[in-house]
Write a protein of this length. Structure first.
Length: 200
C-alpha cells in the first residue's frame, strides 16, 4: 500500500468563483426569509443565519473522489468536457453522491468518464487533497485493471491509457497534477523494487 499523505493545494481560478459564500444559499430553508452573515451566540465562526427563525445554514467542504487507474505501466486519463480545465487531461473523478462509499464513488466516476469498470477491483486509498479556494476535499484512490479498453463518457472529450513518457504533461488540468503523477510513478517503481528485493 502506498504511503498515505494529506496535501493542501491551490486550485485553478474560475471566472464563476467569487469570494467565500457567494454560491451559498440566500434564503432560509426552513421559513424562506433572507439569510445574513453573523456569529451565532453559540459559536465563534461567522455563519449564514436566518434573522426570522434563527436557522443556521452551514457551509461545509464538498467531498470528491478521484482514482488513478493503471493497465500495466499505463495510466488512465480523461480529457475534460467541463470547466475548470475544459479540454485538458486529468484522472477520472468527481463529487461523492449520497448513499455511496468513497470507493463506490470513485469506481462510478471512472465508469462514467472513461467506460472502465472497477467492479471487484480493489481500490487502494492514497490520501486526501484539499483545494482550499473551492472548499473541496478529494479522497484519492488507485486501482489496476487487466484490460486497456476505455470509452469517454458525457463528461469527457476523450479517454486513454498513457505510458509515463506519453503523458500530455503540458496539457494537464490542474497546476499540481504533474507533481502528483510523477510522485505516483515514483511510488510504483519503489514499490515494485521492494517486492523484487523481498522475493529474492
Amino acid at each position: 500500500m502506498y504511503k498515505t499523505e494529506i496535501a493542501t493545494h491551490r486550485a485553478l481560478s474560475s471566472p464563476n468563483l467569487g469570494p467565500p459564500g457567494t454560491r451559498a444559499a440566500v434564503h432560509c430553508a426552513q421559513c424562506g426569509e433572507r439569510l445574513s452573515r453573523k456569529i451565532p451566540a453559540t459559536e465563534s465562526r461567522e455563519r449564514l443565519v436566518c434573522s426570522s427563525c434563527g436557522y443556521i445554514s452551514y457551509e461545509n467542504p464538498k467531498i470528491l473522489v478521484a482514482c488513478l487507474v493503471t493497465f500495466g505501466e499505463r495510466l488512465l486519463l480523461c480529457r475534460r468536457a467541463l470547466a475548470p480545465g475544459y479540454g485538458l487531461w486529468a484522472p477520472p473523478g468527481g463529487f461523492l453522491e449520497n448513499g455511496e462509499t468513497p470507493q463506490e464513488g470513485a469506481a462510478r466516476e471512472v465508469w462514467e468518464e472513461t467506460g472502465v469498470r472497477l467492479v471487484g477491483t480493489p481500490l487502494v486509498f492514497r490520501g486526501l487533497t484539499c483545494l482550499m479556494e473551492l472548499n473541496e476535499v478529494y479522497a484519492n484512490f488507485s486501482a489496476s485493471v487487466s484490460c486497456g479498453r476505455c470509452q469517454p463518457g458525457a463528461e469527457a472529450l476523450d479517454a486513454a491509457f498513457f505510458a509515463p513518457d506519453e503523458l500530455p504533461w503540458a496539457e494537464l488540468a490542474y497546476p499540481t497534477l504533474a507533481d502528483d503523477l510523477r510522485q505516483f510513478f515514483h511510488e510504483r517503481v519503489a514499490h515494485r523494487s521492494r517486492k523484487q528485493s523481498l522475493g529474492r
